[in-house]
Design a protein around this ligand. Sequence first.
Ligand SMILES: [Zn+2]
Length: 512
Amino acid sequence: MAGMKSHINRRDFIKLSGALSAGLLTPRLMRNLTTISQAGRGQNVLIIVFDALSAMNISFYGYGRKTTPNLAKLSEKAVVYHNHFAGGNFTSPGTASLLTGTHPWTHRAFQPGSRVADAVEAQNIFNVFQGYYRIAYTHNGWAYILLRQFRKYMDELVPQQKLFLESYDDFIHTLFYNDDDISGLAWARNIDNGEGYSYSLFLSHFYEAIQNRGIEGLKKRFPRGIPSTYSSDKNVFLLEQAVDWIGNRLTVVPKPFLGYFHFLPPHEPYRTSIDFYGHFANDGFHPLDKPVDVFAGAKADNNLIQIRTEYDEYILYADQAFGELYQSLERTGLLENTWVIFTSDHGEMFERGLVGHGNPTMYQPLIRVPLLIFEPGRETGENIYAPTSAIDILPTFLHLTGRKVPAWVEGAILPPYSGSSPDPNRDIYVMTAKKNGQFQPFTNASMALVRGNHKLVHCFGYPDTQGDILQLFDIQSDPEELNNLYLSKPDVAQVLFDVLRAKLTEINQPYV
Ligand SMILES: [Zn+2]
């Protein structure tokens, strides 16, 4: 794809920026110029992942708390998937399935911190989008292991530490870290233009806070601690900074681009900003009581409501950041030629004595994730209820950008873009096998099979459960999974169990 250079190169951008600050070019005019020069080129694809965001905690999917006011408003213009499943129940398999369009048993990244198998390494979304400017970032160390593995298929892997706050200088510098000229301009616009902080409105109070008091000053804005990848103050970051940086960066990279940005929130530690701190405290919300799960056992956590509340308040922070990113794309005109995908790599749970996503269960809070697709120019929403999977995203966007879907892809083109009505009985699989050997047959794993209204779960090979776990839920009539139908609906259970066993035999075959 020679000649696929940016319509605005760096020098032009600086010129435009100069004109902008001199008042010669209005933002609207700049946006129109951008739009015109993009006409006829390929459309950009922007994938936004918020880590550990369960669909079960999102209001427009039925949650009792209004955790996502920005997303809810934007969803009115989006295609919203109501039965969307992650590839696994934690970061490595969930992210790898999203990036490869294949199941965990194919990519083999089902252990904590895994890479995908070398043999299938080339099967990834960056490789199949050759000719696009491929750029990626993540706060998450395990997702970063996968992105590093795929780096040779990208144009720009933003280093993980670039969007961590080390110091005030780094903060300013990382905002436009690889372009000192633009960095200087940003400084001038934000700090020294005599008109306050007009360009980057969203960040202005952070510049001010940091300028006056450094990192210490930020602590007041984050009563539970500055967002971090750890429970310490190491690797602290601001979502505001990350989305601001990305919104700016995407205006200057060559078009069309494929962007993959994977933010840590609302993953623990749950450290919302003061804007949302205490937002749901004492709101009278009572999640359903559920029996303690066998995987919780004697270690069952009793403080579920407090921790859930901190998580829900952290979702508000993520939702605000997504709203800001969306507005930034709108303001710069990028949205008019960009598909935006909003999703997560897996969910999170606060029930049955289990907190977080470190357990091997396959309950809906852990594996049901949001998926929204924002289509350029689309003004009306659409709801999709057929079950869909993370592995569908890669083939869908190959198809939508006019590319051929290779035979190794295991996902399907998502409705409504497939050209045929969705198969309501399509089989969707979710799998986790944290302790199984990477290239061994599966002897210790958790598998879920979703077909139509039903979900069969089979957990096998766990030493503490005294035998296999078998569950059958009607996830449409019983979305909270209160009634295990495995014994009371033996016909359905047997059919799905046979399908799952046959699949297990098939996927183990190459490793026996
Ligand atoms: Zn994750």
